[in-house]
Ligand binder design. Structure first.
Ligand SMILES: NC(=O)c1ccc[n+]([C@@H]2O[C@H](COP(=O)([O-])OP(=O)(O)OC[C@H]3O[C@@H](n4cnc5c(N)ncnc54)[C@H](OP(=O)(O)O)[C@@H]3O)[C@@H](O)[C@H]2O)c1
Ligand SMILES: Cc1cc2nc3c(=O)[nH]c(=O)nc-3n(C[C@H](O)[C@H](O)[C@H](O)COP(=O)(O)O)c2cc1C
Length: 470
């Protein structure tokens, strides 16, 4: 899975959702790398800037003059303050406050009214206050009747030559959101993809580590060597790309063998495959040895994701060792398993690299409806183990009358219904199977969709029934 170049700092940005910044109103969103900065004296531009920020999921910043414009200041053609400023090419009205961290934006949209055919001088103050080198910029304006004219070209002259300037646009008062959307689309601006958001087209999710992970795959618990190799090969042959194993399952060698075999047989590039393994609490006192062993057993170059299998004595120390392997590139992403609210609250402040994933027991009879949003709101992806209830319980779950009824109405199996329910909750699934037919079926989750009512019917099956102790 390819890196998208997100920094670890992104995680911090992600957690801070709405920030009121000294000076202009500054609404900062999770992980946005687009800024819409606007000046608006009478509110026309503001409405459109809000549309743009909303469409682009961008941060919104109001360029506020230190000395606000009064009605008299704006009474144009009366030699008012605004008239005088526009006549004076050197006028630079001062701005209250600053954009907190301009370096985090790669694209800046500037919005302003037209004053005597040009952008108000305060826009020049704004452009001269930051280093826009290497960024993409574009402006839009609102006016009573004047066209864009030379206003955008004049702004462009304030900027370094390596700024990529897109085609500007003038909007009339009352322009619609749809008009804004279509202009942004025409210049190729679109919302940033969000960490943790499932992309049902590529069937992947972007992790806070910058890597993409498939949203459905294979669990290998209880699979012996040969059936594990077969299952892994079968998964990869049928388009699956995510495999979950653990030191404790005793089958990391088999997973590695299956991966290498399928890469060779089907020409699948290594970076398209995502392997998760875990170190067990009994290994926490010597984490480096545990990681080296996992790398050696898997023998697939690097580990896509390493989890702590459970909380336990020495877990922070073990995780810090895992962080060092991330620094070296031998592990790509980190995660936790069997961590709930209290465990996470205690653990997270002690580590440097935020976990990208938490893997917990979740199925219709044990839904973790409090824990799941707690984790997801932190930009951490949730993955479920025992999605079908786990061995010994699958009969009960797959035979559940509510699930069977929903499954029948979509012409799919109970297993597919449960797995689809997880995906629609934003939970990654790794059903275990030694049966190629089941493996194929468990990947086939994208030609139907559960309705809200069906999601709620399954939600009602929750009975806090845990099928394992951790
Ligand atoms: N982090 C942890 O502490 C932890 C704990 C437990 C599990 N896990 C992980 O989570 C994965 C999933 O859990 P699990 O494998 O134990 O339990 P599971 O996925 O809930 O259930 C596996 C059982 O379901 C059956 N099955 C799979 N697909 C089916 C289908 N389409 N129709 C009917 N039956 C089907 C399998 O039988 P067949 O073999 O016949 O298909 C197998 O007996 C594990 O493999 C492991 O990777 C993690
Ligand atoms: C000082 C001043 C000069 C203006 N000059 C023009 C102009 O040259 N052409 C025009 O069509 N509108 C002009 N207008 C009108 C504004 O561009 C228009 O009302 C704009 O949409 C206001 O945006 P706002 O509500 O975001 O401040 C001017 C307004 C002011 C206050």
């Amino acid at each position: 899975m390819k890196r998208k170049g997100l920094s670890a700092l992104l995680m911090i940005a992600l957690i801070s959702m709405c920030t009121l910044y000294a000076g202009g109103l500054y609404r900062q969103k999770a992980s946005s790398r687009i800024l819409v900065a606007y000046f608006s004296a009478t509110g026309t531009t503001e409405t459109l800037a809000e549309y743009a920020a909303d469409i682009l999921d961008a941060d919104l910043y109001e360029i506020e003059p230190e000395v606000p414009y009064t009605e008299a200041d704006l009474a144009y053609y009366t030699d008012c303050r605004a008239d005088r400023e526009q006549r004076d090419a050197a006028a630079r009205p001062r701005i209250r406050g600053r954009v907190e961290d301009m370096s985090k934006y790669d694209t800046v949209v500037i919005a302003h009214p037209i004053w005597h055919g040009q952008a108000p001088r305060i826009i020049s103050t704004f452009l001269e206050s930051y280093d826009f080198s290497g960024k993409t910029l574009v402006s839009f304006c609102t006016s009573h009747s004047s066209p864009l004219g030379s206003s955008a070209a004049s702004l462009r002259r304030h900027l370094p030559s390596d700024v990529s300037w897109l085609e500007s646009r003038r909007f009339a008062r009352g322009a619609s959101r749809a008009e804004m959307e279509s202009w942004l689309d025409s210049i190729g601006l679109e919302a940033e993809e969000k960490v943790g958001q499932f992309d049902f087209d590529s069937r992947t999710v972007l992790l806070n580590s910058g890597y993409r992970m498939p949203i459905m795959g294979l669990g290998t618990y209880a699979l012996d060597h040969d059936s594990c190799v077969n299952s892994v090969v079968s998964l990869l042959e049928n388009g699956g790309r995510l495999i979950d194993t653990a030191y404790m399952y005793g089958n990391e060698r088999a997973v590695g063998e299956g991966v290498r075999m399928a890469m060779e047989r089907f020409g699948i590039p290594r970076e398209d495959i995502f392997v998760i393994t875990k170190i067990y609490p009994s290994q926490f006192d010597r984490p480096e040895a545990a990681i080296e062993m996992a790398l050696e057993k898997l023998d697939i170059g690097y580990i896509d994701m390493l989890l702590l299998h459970h909380p336990g004595r020495g877990d922070v120390k073990a995780y810090r060792a895992m962080e060092r392997y991330v620094d070296e590139g031998r592990i790509h992403s980190l995660g936790l398993s069997n961590f709930y609210v209290r465990e996470l609250e205690e653990f997270l402040p002690q580590v440097r690299i935020a976990p990208a994933l938490v893997q917990n027991e979740i199925h219709p009879y044990y839904q973790e409806r409090d824990v799941v949003p707690f984790i997801q709101e932190k930009g951490i992806v949730v993955q479920c183990w025992y999605p079908l209830g786990g061995r010994g319980y699958t009969g009960k779950l797959l035979g559940d009358e509510t699930i069977r009824r929903i499954a029948r109405s979509h012409g799919v199996s109970s297993a597919q219904t449960i797995l689809r329910w997880d995906l629609q909750r934003g939970i990654v699934v790794i059903p275990g199977s030694s049966n190629p037919e089941h493996i194929k079926e468990n990947l086939d989750l994208f030609d139907f969709e559960l309705t809200e009512a069906e999601m709620e019917m399954i939600e009602k099956l929750d009975r806090g029934e845990k099928h394992d102790w951790y």
